[in-house]
Design a protein around this ligand. Structure first.
Ligand code: CA
Length: 220
């Protein structure tokens, strides 16, 4: 899951980005509203974590523009303590959730998982595909009830493929689910992770469509 973090406070932003990465999110961090507005028009994200007090363009105005473009991606706003008016204005402007500073990183990660679930239209938190079960909250994968050991990036790729079962994912889409802008992807990283996933889950679980991308078929 790729998160756009928009926060101008360097220390807070640093902590939030590190915390979300630790929870398995790919995080891109921008420090003002105008560059975030531009990024949202040109790139695709799964979630936005948005501070309201930002230079160049306020978080509230950014949110209004996003919703005016009929962009439905989930937005969680960060508000100052006791700023009840901000919370209400933010929710009215199209935010899906809010957290009051100081931010608890575990709570933030849990709220982001809940938002992703809702936006994916899934009522249950686990992704189940035949004998395979992936739990985004505990970062656990079970195959026929047995835990499968998996690195953070393998997990992120599998998560993206299962969430889009029946649809082909290009290598670029998979890369963007595991890397933020600040990280330089290895040229064959996706292939390597897919290779490991096949070894663990069976050779046929992930199909390669040559020149197009990768696919997990819809569960029967
Ligand atoms: Ca701020």
């Amino acid at each position: 899951m790729r998160v756009l973090l928009v926060e101008d406070d360097p220390q807070l932003g640093d902590g939030l980005a590190a915390g979300m990465r630790q929870s398995g999110f790919a995080v891109d961090w921008l420090k003002d509203g105008a560059s975030a507005d531009a990024a949202l028009k040109s790139e695709s994200f799964d979630l936005v974590v948005l501070d309201l007090g930002l230079p160049r363009l306020s978080g509230m105005e950014l949110l209004r523009r996003l919703r005016a473009r009929k962009e439905m991606l989930p937005v969680l706003i960060l508000t100052a303590r006791d700023a009840v008016a901000d919370k209400i204005a933010g929710l009215d402007a199209g935010a899906d959730d809010y957290l009051v500073k100081p931010i608890d990183l575990d709570e933030l990660a849990a709220r982001l998982r809940a938002l992703t679930r809702r936006s994916g239209g899934r009522a249950v938190p686990k992704l189940i595909h035949g004998a395979l079960e992936l739990d985004p909250a505990s970062h656990q994968v079970l195959l026929a009830g047995q835990p499968v050991d998996m690195g953070t990036r393998e997990f992120a790729i599998l998560h993206a493929l299962l969430a889009n079962a029946g649809h082909v994912m290009t290598r670029t889409q998979l890369e963007s689910s595991i890397y933020g802008w600040s990280e330089e992807p290895d040229s064959n990283a996706v292939e390597v992770h897919i290779h490991h996933l096949r070894r663990k889950l069976g050779a046929d679980f992930i199909k390669t469509l040559r020149g197009v991308g990768y696919l997990v078929e819809k569960a029967k």
